[in-house]
Design a binder for this molecule. Structure first.
Ligand SMILES: *[C@@H]1O[C@H](CO)[C@@H](O)[C@H](O)[C@H]1NC(C)=O
Length: 320
């Protein structure tokens, strides 16, 4: 008799727990499914909302063990982190090749212009915010344009506090004041931030010099302020690209530093553009250099392996 009673009570307790947990399970399941079935869509808003619901209404969690609560927090934090990485990447893209334009009538347009081979970046922006992608009039480039207010608001709310390019920050401030959005000052740039991957997608370059056996990772800008900031976080040096000092280049050229940046940064914060393929080839370049393939005659076996390498390297520049 006792046994049956405790069995019934136990079953009831489990059913009650499921009923209490049900809303949480359903909501998180929907969000998690949505997120993973479409990793390029940002769900910052919905995740923050769900997080607020849970933290503001702990009653939702009545009857659950602390473990479940902790686990869902970990899962949600993980998703929010991934989401933050994407927004930081967008910030790098917009800082690099973006432009906020306010028309005389007060309409805001955000545009990003890139080389056709890097169009994957624009597809990602379109998927996140809408807008349209078209070839530029001279057709050497592709442009993503965003007009509608909801999209612009979503961009400025998402990027508020994540930009580092003084020119772009000034533009964002004008748009924010037009839409009555309070400007947040930028948080200090840290190593583990998706920003560099976006800035690299737009203004970055990877190349090698066969005669000096060197590979280079660089980012070019008209002003050096942003590049000096990169030095303080990622090392490297800033050089003037010309005598008139109207352009500057952040450069990483020491082999250990190039490899460290690829393995410790770009491995975790992947670029979306075609340039991403070059990072793997840089390692191949160092390997071929170490076995003397760069200096070997093109007819020799070693020399041929370098010729093949050059073909693969150049192929990454072709649009697919
Ligand atoms: C490549 O390296 C060589 C040797 O250090 C140098 O003379 C040459 O200017 C470099 N080429 C370029 C394009 O930087």
């Amino acid at each position: 008799m006792r046994e049956r009673e405790s069995l019934i009570i136990g079953t009831l307790a489990v059913i009650l727990q499921i009923i209490y947990l049900f809303p949480l399970i359903v909501v998180s399941k929907v969000i998690i499914q949505e997120f993973f079935s479409n990793p390029q869509v940002t769900n910052a808003q919905s995740i923050i909302e769900l997080y607020n619901i849970i933290t503001n209404n702990p009653s939702m969690l009545v009857g659950t063990s602390e473990t479940v609560c902790m686990l869902s927090t970990i899962v949600l934090t993980g998703i929010a982190e991934k989401d933050k990485k994407v927004l930081q990447w967008v910030a790098g893209i917009v800082d690099g090749d973006g432009n906020f334009h306010i028309s005389k009538k007060g309409y805001v347009e955000l545009s990003v212009v890139m080389e056709p081979r890097d169009i994957a970046c624009l597809y990602k922006l379109k998927q996140m915010y809408g807008g349209a992608i078209k070839a530029t009039s001279h057709a050497n480039a592709v442009r993503w344009r965003l007009h509608h207010k909801a999209g612009i608001l979503s961009v400025i709310n998402g990027l508020n506090g994540l930009l580092y390019n003084p020119v772009r920050i000034a533009q964002l401030e004008r748009v924010c004041s037009l839409y009555n959005v309070e400007v947040i000052s930028s948080t200090p740039l840290t190593y583990n931030n998706g920003y560099l991957s976006g800035l690299f997608d737009t203004d970055g370059s990877v190349y090698y010099n066969k005669s000096s056996n060197q590979a280079f990772i660089t980012i070019s800008q008209k002003e050096r302020t942003l590049l000096d900031l990169l030095v303080s976080v990622y090392g490297g040096k800033v050089y003037a690209s010309n005598k008139a000092k109207t352009a500057f280049k952040w450069t990483i050229s020491k082999k250990v530093e190039v490899l460290a940046l690829i393995d410790n940064y770009f491995h975790w914060y992947s670029c979306v553009s075609a340039k991403n393929k070059k990072f793997g080839l840089v390692k191949q370049f160092y390997y071929l250099s170490s076995i003397g393939a760069l200096k070997a005659s093109p007819d020799s076996e070693l020399g041929k392996s370098f010729v093949q390498f050059v073909e693969r390297w150049d192929a990454t520049d072709n649009p697919q």
